[in-house]
Design a protein around this ligand. Structure first.
Ligand code: C2E
Ligand code: CA
Ligand code: CA
Ligand code: CA
Length: 281
């Protein structure tokens, strides 16, 4: 079986699982995507639940495949993570997001000290030259570290716990903030919270989703919020889709949120529109 463009695609064993085939195809195409610059970023605002004021944006990578159209990061990020391609993709995302925030700062579009959140995968987090790369981009773009929030999952910390302490220390020397993404879905060994300089817990969307269905979920969300605040951390609730969820979370003491209720992730043009007409959603 030859690929569309000659022999670039591997020969498939017909017994091979469909997912493995998809992975192979994606891997080949991902290599090309980096060369041909098929990636771009969307931005989703993070708002104050009480006022709707925009606090910052999360940068989310998008891939426009020339034949298949848009491919969701949920499909290609795990493949990129496995093959290591996440490293160059992540470097591109990091530079592009910093450059974009700096541009918005220059254009005086941002009223408050708005930050940009960038997702760091487990593999990226364990790159020995991570800090050097970050320093280089900050220098290149002139962006100050305090406008940057890195989102990592609990497994990134737990898988690299010896080097994690040092990396996080060096990030905090640069005033770069740290968010724990998908909080509550991983190992949830809470012990790292008192060793590491964590600024924000992002409560996973699955909790927000099921809040209305069982009385147990609000109890868990309440416990996370109380824990975070007692440790001096902020809480961002992910995936807020309804006004009821927003109000319930505000009642529970959650200050910040993100979700389709406020805005889907959007392109830069839509962000500019959002910021020039209002800084409140
Ligand atoms: P995540 O970091 O947890 O990002 C939040 C995801 O939830 C995004 O999906 C966002 O579009 C989606 N979302 C936000 N609000 C709502 C809502 O109200 N309802 C629903 N149903 N979904 C909502 P997206 O953009 O498809 O990204 C999926 C995952 O892919 C991300 O989850 C993250 O783990 C990964 N990812 C995306 N961009 C990057 C990146 O640049 N680097 C790395 N390493 N991973 C990325
Ligand atoms: Ca995230
Ligand atoms: Ca998340
Ligand atoms: Ca998630």
């Amino acid at each position: 079986a030859q690929g569309r463009n000659g022999s670039r695609y591997q020969v498939f064993d017909p017994s091979m699982h469909a997912d493995a085939q998809t992975s192979l195809l994606l891997d080949t195409d991902l290599h090309r995507a980096i060369e041909r610059q098929e990636f771009f970023l969307h931005y989703q605002p993070i708002v104050s639940l009480a006022t709707g004021e925009i606090q910052g944006f999360e940068a989310l990578v998008r891939w426009q495949h020339p034949e298949r159209g848009p491919v969701s990061p949920g499909d290609f990020i795990p493949v990129a993570e496995e093959t290591g391609l996440i490293v160059p993709i992540g470097q591109w995302v990091f530079r592009e997001a910093c450059r974009q925030l700096k541009t918005w700062q220059h254009q005086k579009l941002l009223r408050g000290p708005m930050y940009i959140c960038i997702n760091l995968s487990v593999k990226q987090f364990s790159q020995p030259d991570l800090i050097e790369q970050i320093d280089q981009v900050l220098q290149e773009t002139g962006l100050e570290g305090r406008y940057l929030k890195l989102e990592i999952t609990e497994s990134a910390i737990m898988n690299n716990s010896t080097s994690a302490a040092e990396i996080l220390e060096r990030l905090s020397d640069r005033n770069i903030q740290l968010s724990i993404d998908d909080f509550g879905t991983g190992y949830s060994s809470l012990s790292y919270l008192h060793y590491f300089p964590v600024d924000t817990l992002k409560v996973d969307r699955s909790f927000i989703n099921s809040m209305a269905q069982t009385h147990k979920t609000p109890a868990i969300v309440q416990a996370i919020i109380t824990l975070a605040h007692n440790l001096g951390m902020d809480v961002v609730a992910e995936g807020i889709e309804t006004p009821e969820q927003r109000h319930r979370l505000a009642e529970l003491g959650c200050q910040y949120g993100q979700g389709y209720l406020f805005s889907k992730p959007v392109d830069t043009q839509a962000v500019v529109g959002m910021l020039s007409h209002r800084d409140q959603i």
